[in-house]
Design a protein around this ligand. Sequence first.
Ligand code: URA
Length: 241
Amino acid sequence: MSERLQKVIAHAGIASRRKAETLITSGHVKVNGEVVTELGTKVTSADEVKVDEVPISKETLVYYLLYKPRGVITAVTDDKHRKTVVDILKEVPERIYPVGRLDYDTSGLLLLTNDGDLDNKLTHPKYEVEKTYVAKVKGIVTNDDLKQLRTGVVIDHRKTAKAKTKLIRTNKESSIVSLTIHEGRNHQVKNMFEKIGHPVEKLSRETYGFLDLHGLQAGEYRRLKPHEVEELKELSDNTKR
Ligand code: URA
């Protein structure tokens, strides 16, 4: 899979994305022996990239599963100095970053890696994997509401893809619903429930493909096992739609 040159340089830990762009446009970067100054240039892992004649090191690829707590931002750094998911994994020496995102007030399963190929595949709309969310929503959700979620609701002029639902329980004023989707639009779950008149009060992502939060508390993380990494790669290869 090809990636933009500035992203590859940034991921190799040499510079931020912006600094990497400057390195490229100012002629410091060679691809397969040729100076490249075009920012859009795509490279693959087969290409040799050098910055000031030094080949960029190919970092060991690492994969982590985090049980993201609420009140943490899904980013590497934050202008407003809020705690980020990468701050939680500060012991990890590699330059990892989150795969996709969970909202500040959403908890649950989040992958972090420095594997740009896998990140691209997992977050590309064409490959999106199934994710299950559990939402506490306002009001009593009816079978009809669930059917709407399953068949698709229109958000930003576009119908959501087929989904799976399960009503876990209701009490006087709220309902707990599990919703499984494979798209990854911005605030998708909140927007879907908002659309059917049941705003989300609390949201958690319980599964990502075959992965779940088993054995972890909010704020804890673990390395993925080699067979899980393999399975994730297969998953993203097999879910081409
Ligand atoms: N959908 C949302 O609305 N928020 C999330 O954090 C994830 C999915």
